[in-house]
Design a protein around this ligand. Structure first.
Ligand SMILES: [Ca+2]
Length: 323
């Protein structure tokens, strides 16, 4: 798992950590919701909270390939954990380097690893510079990103009303890395904010689980999500001022662990689009051309959200230890 560990990443990591059928070989950090060092420490904190001290966390890329560093601190707080200041007992060291760990693991487990990228795709793109066949040597790659599947001949998908509210920070924060990954063949699935942000969950869903079980993972989510739910509730006002929050990255985990929850997906080549007004660049699935030569990846456009919620509910109500 490759994560810019903010609030929704923390929940997504819990879904993996709780599943007895999942072996997490490694967690790699990346910048995005917060700085890379905090992303690594937050992942460590989540795993420690779940009793999964056995899962190693490594430091990945702290900056984009070429563009200027941007972070989502307005959503996840400066520390990625809603400014709670929670830190693991021991910080993740800068060495060994996560990219080398990834390359070594793929050599060791060729064709067996499912890779989940929940932040900007900088780690994958960096590893591809050393091993251009990396994606084909992974069993699968699931990425939180892209605007979604563009309509036929659409030249401005970022302006599409379906996509306008959700944008796509993971891709926009390192468009060069995203393009690098998109240009390679492989069993790659993209699940962007257009899909994931439709699943806004009442804050009470988590507060109720935490209150009725007292389990540490659910309590951690309620602690770190206070400001995060505030952001979502302001951005997507609800009836009776109900507070809600996004669970973006959990949708990507669900597509991997529970593929039957994917309700709609298409195979598409990916193309880059630039908004001339803002200069922001986006990736979207486009219709194949005659004699198409670009690799085609799977682009998800719908999920069984209730199924994902049930999965989260079951997970957070599972007693520790999770192993
Ligand atoms: Ca993320």
């Amino acid at each position: 798992m490759d994560t810019d560990t903010g609030v929704d990443d923390a929940l997504a990591l819990m879904l993996l950590a709780a599943d007895p059928e999942v072996e997490i070989l490694a967690v790699l950090s990346v910048f995005g919701n917060c700085h890379g060092d905090r992303a690594a420490d937050n992942a460590r904190y989540v795993l420690d909270t779940c009793g999964r001290q056995d899962v190693p966390v490594y430091r990945g890329c702290d900056v984009p390939l070429k563009q200027e560093l941007k972070l989502s601190s307005g959503v996840h707080g400066d520390d990625g954990f809603g400014n709670t200041g929670l830190r693991p007992a021991v910080s993740v060291p800068t060495e060994p380097n996560g990219i080398q760990i990834l390359l070594d693991l793929v050599n060791e487990h060729e064709g067996e690893i499912d890779y989940l990228a929940l932040g900007p795709q900088t780690n994958l793109a960096t590893a591809l510079q050393t091993d251009p066949l990396l994606l084909e040597r992974l069993k699968s790659v699931t990425i939180v990103g892209t605007l979604g599947p563009a309509l036929y001949n659409d030249t401005e998908p970022w302006a599409d009303r379906r996509f306008r509210v959700s944008r796509d920070p993971n891709v926009s924060f390192d468009i060069d890395a995203a393009q690098e990954v998109a240009s390679r063949p492989g069993n790659v699935t993209w699940c962007g904010p257009y899909v994931t942000r439709q699943a806004l969950v009442p804050e009470n869903f988590f507060l109720d689980i935490a209150a009725s079980t007292g389990y540490a993972p659910a309590e951690l989510i309620t602690k770190i999500s206070h400001d995060y739910a505030g952001f979502y509730s302001r951005s997507y006002p609800q009836p009776d001022d109900a507070r809600v929050m996004g669970i973006n990255d959990s949708l990507a985990v669900a597509t991997l662990l529970r593929p039957e929850l994917v309700a709609g997906a298409v195979q598409r080549p990916l193309a880059t689009f630039e908004d001339p007004e803002t200069g922001e660049r986006f990736l979207a699935g486009v219709h194949p051309e005659k004699g198409e030569t670009r690799p085609q990846h799977r682009v998800i456009f719908d999920m069984d959200f209730n199924g994902v919620l049930e999965m989260i509910d079951e997970t957070l109500r599972r007693p520790l230890p999770w192993r």
